[in-house]
Design a protein. Structure first.
Length: 256
């Protein structure tokens, strides 16, 4: 692993529609595909309420008609089943050249789990793993879903940590296709905790685990639309129903 790799940190204000964040990831991924020595990047954000399905996810895990979803529904280029995003959930999207970090997708998943476990330990809220599954739990409730994709070793997608989000949206799905384990959030054990409380330490653990130095974007490194008004729910629904299929030569991916 390289030491002290510079990585650009993007923290958009306010909840972001999924379609916009996914476009940013693809923009950052294309930068690294074009120049593998370019700076890596990290997006830290919250999403507007939505559902996402992995490339091969089964619609049997939806408790609604996918042609008429209650929230925007996106089929995207990661592995795994359906998950739910909403404000109050911290979403971390590292766009990394994994050849700098071991060139091992399974190791990458374990490293992302460890980032969450180390942050929970800092909060005196020890997390746990579930053998054979990806993600982080506490007392049998899933706190963090982890799903990634990679194209020629350039990663996208990442992890979603439930902090103080409303959990009702999870009732419309079988989260990650796991029916026998409920979903939880940090606020269940630490009432009043917010994403603002958790985010700095989560970034710190990411820096330590991947030997990164996070910095703000410089001139010319801005992302299109960051800081602009978000897409309306009606526009987001229309975008989601166009369906975004897996890109050509998408590489490996996983989520559970």
């Amino acid at each position: 692993m390289d030491t002290n790799c510079s990585a650009i940190l993007y923290e958009p204000p306010g909840p972001v529609p999924f379609a916009r964040a996914w476009a940013w990831q693809r923009q950052l991924q294309e930068r690294l595909l074009a120049d593998p020595e370019a700076p890596e990047a990290v997006l830290l954000l919250e999403h507007e309420p939505c559902y996402t399905l992995g490339r091969g996810a089964s619609t049997a895990h939806l408790r609604f008609d996918p042609a008429d979803p209650p929230l925007p529904l996106h089929r995207i280029d990661r592995g795994g089943e359906v998950t739910h995003h909403a404000p109050g959930q911290l979403v971390l999207y590292p766009v990394l050249n994994l050849q700098r970090h071991g060139a091992d997708l399974h190791r990458y998943l374990r490293d992302l789990e460890q980032v969450v476990l180390d942050r929970l330990a800092e909060l005196d809220l020890p997390g746990e793993l579930c053998p054979g599954r990806t993600g982080v739990w506490r007392e049998g409730r899933k706190l963090a879903a982890i799903g990634v994709g990679a194209r020629r070793w350039i990663s996208q997608h990442g992890l979603a940590l439930n902090v103080d989000c409303a959990l009702e949206g999870f009732a419309a799905i079988v989260p990650c296709g796991i029916a026998d384990r409920p979903v939880g959030r940090l606020a269940d054990w630490r009432p009043g905790v917010t994403c603002r409380d958790v985010a700095p330490g989560l970034l710190g653990q990411l820096e330590r685990r991947f030997a990164l130095r996070l910095r703000p974007p410089r001139q010319g490194e801005e992302l299109e639309g960051m800081g602009q008004p978000v897409v309306s729910p009606r526009e987001e629904m229309a975008l989601s129903l166009t369906g975004a299929v897996a890109p050509e030569n998408p590489g490996s991916s996983a989520l559970s």
